[in-house]
Design a protein around this ligand. Structure first.
Ligand SMILES: Nc1ncnc2c1ncn2[C@@H]1O[C@H](COP(=O)(O)OP(=O)(O)OP(=O)(O)O)[C@@H](O)[C@H]1O
Ligand SMILES: [Mg+2]
Length: 508
């Protein structure tokens, strides 16, 4: 039985995202989609969910198929709805009346604590918002789950929970998931699709082994290509020799033979397919304008409260000096974002427990990328906010991976990773000496994550960072503050926190 099948499917948006894609999804298949930023993963999932069209080819769904689609971004319309209500509203009006219990089961399956059920979705931490959206999808009892970067904003404990939840799905439930999280893909997938402009590749393997198979297929393709070109060159050399002899001897036969050889060479050259070349999704660059202040940021001993006045944790006296990159560790919802809010207020000069040295120039990137207005075009944003000319703005944007065709279109057309890259460009143009980064690797592809690590470390930038990405925390962090059991304490290494989080210990 086939749930979804694609025949010669293609989508072109400005540039071809994928083409000639043939794929069948069977019950129980768990398929990861892998591609760099801006290459069409979300566009593909949207088409599978019936919310977008193919440019050509066909997409067939089994009759009555229920697809559950988790979008990459939390829709604004959900922000004000209480969580349980948001889950209920995913049901039909009749089901809502008689089967409201299904919402409670979905909330329970995902271990969403009861005290959050009545809070507005917009007031939840990023990780819980994603789980709220997942509960909304799950309550509809889908045959196919389409998940777009579900681990973004989740802490390690919640990634573990999501992995366990996926493993416990009914066997026949199929899954298609776009992600840049290698460990997660390996854990949940049976199949891997490498989405490419042409010659996408599908393997009935999890990510790691699929990548090995892909490299082998690409290398074989490259050998074949080189062989074909070599054979064509040889034919042309023979043809040239024959032509000379033919001209000297006046033989028509040799002239014809020459023509045939050249034609064969041309056919070989036309048919030869170069191996896929991965294009970078754009460069990420950051700097460090430096400061002579001893302490860039000073925090008084304080109790950190939630917006509704609940006490989240106690923080002792703290400071951050030049070149220090502090990583704030702690479970989702423990108050990391709240602490960052306090620091942001301090950076803006507002009264409170946090003070910034006068020489501090802050570069702030929040989890939601709120500095990027959806309706403004990237070019207008950069040119309007920074004193740079029209052409330099274009060059900078193109370098950051935003093609000329997209520079004049509203930012909402950019992919998640392209938005993150634009936010990084804005940071760099602000020439900061102190970075405040809330989940900066969210949405970035693997190459982008590594570029960001290198940039922060190589410029000796000072930073306060919240990140669930272990590799990023290990390579960029120089100091670690762990919020647990109602208190913030400095620790030597992030490893005990990682171990506690992965083990499913609530670490609260
Ligand atoms: N109206 C448009 N005109 C031209 N290009 C567009 C338009 N809308 C979207 N695009 C481009 O289509 C491409 C596909 O975007 P998509 O969101 O599917 O990428 P993605 O693979 O999910 O990336 P990410 O990893 O960053 O989430 C992007 O380059 C995007 O900027
Ligand atoms: Mg995407």
């Amino acid at each position: 039985m086939t749930l979804i099948s694609l025949k010669d499917a293609a989508i072109t948006l400005g540039a071809p995202l994928f083409s000639n894609l043939n794929l069948t999804l069977h019950p129980g298949n768990r398929m990861g989609i892998v591609a760099p930023n801006g290459r069409g993963k979300s566009t593909f999932l949207r088409a599978l969910a019936g919310q977008g069209d193919l440019t050509s080819g066909s997409l067939t769904r089994r009759r009555g198929l229920i697809t559950g689609y988790l979008e990459q971004d939390v829709p604004d319309t959900l922000a004000r709805q209480p969580l349980r209500h948001a889950v209920l509203s995913a049901l039909s009006p009749e089901a809502r009346e008689s089967e409201g219990w299904r919402a409670d089961i979905a909330l329970d399956d995902l271990s969403i604590p009861a005290e959050l059920h009545d809070r507005p979705v917009g007031a939840l931490s990023g990780g819980w918002q994603r789980f709220a959206m997942l509960a909304r999808v799950w309550v509809t009892e889908p045959d196919v789950l389409l998940l777009d970067e579900p681990t973004n904003e989740l802490d390690l404990a919640r990634i573990g929970l999501l992995q366990r939840w996926i493993r416990a799905l009914p066997r026949e439930t199929a899954l298609i998931v776009a992600s840049h999280d290698r460990a997660f893909l390996d854990d949940v997938c049976t199949h891997t699709l490498f989405l490419r402009p042409d010659h996408s590749a599908v393997f009935a393997l999890p990510y790691g082994p699929a990548l090995v198979a892909l490299d082998e297929a690409d290398a074989a393709q490259d050998r074949q290509y080189q062989n074909d070109l070599r054979a064509a060159r040889q034919l042309r050399r023979q043809a040239a020799k024959l032509k000379n002899i033919g001209i000297n001897s006046g033989s028509d036969l040799l002239v014809m033979k020459t023509k045939q050889l050249n034609e064969r060479a041309a056919r070989l050259e036309d048919a030869a397919l170069p191996a896929h070349q991965q294009r970078s999704a754009g460069a990420i660059r950051l700097g460090n304008s430096g400061s002579h202040a001893k302490a860039l940021i000073a925090v008084e001993a304080t109790a950190v409260l939630a917006p509704d006045g609940r006490r989240l944790f106690r923080a002792p006296q703290l400071w951050i000096g030049p070149g220090e990159r502090v990583v704030l560790l702690g479970a989702n919802g423990v108050g990391k974002s709240r602490f960052l809010d306090l620091v942001i207020e301090g950076l803006r000069g507002a009264p409170g427990p946090v003070r910034a040295a006068p020489s501090v120039v802050a570069g702030i990137s929040d989890q939601r990328l709120t500095a990027l207005p959806g309706e403004v075009a990237p070019h207008a944003l950069i040119a309007g906010r920074f004193d740079i000319g029209d052409q330099p703005a274009r060059t900078l944007l193109a370098g950051a991976g935003i093609a000329i065709a997209l520079q004049g279109k509203p930012i909402r057309h950019l992919s998640g990773g392209q938005k993150a890259r634009l936010a990084m460009l804005m940071l760099r143009l602000a020439k900061p000496n102190f970075y405040l980064l809330d989940e900066p690797t969210n949405h970035l592809d693997i190459e982008g994550q590594e570029a960001l690590e290198t940039e922060l470390a190589s410029h000796g930038a000072a930073a306060l960072i919240v990140s669930h990405d272990r590799s990023f925390v290990r390579t960029t962090g120089t100091r670690f503050w762990w919020i647990r059991a109602g208190a913030l304490t400095e620790v030597e290494s992030p490893e005990p926190f990682f171990a506690a989080a992965l083990g499913g210990e609530p670490a609260r």
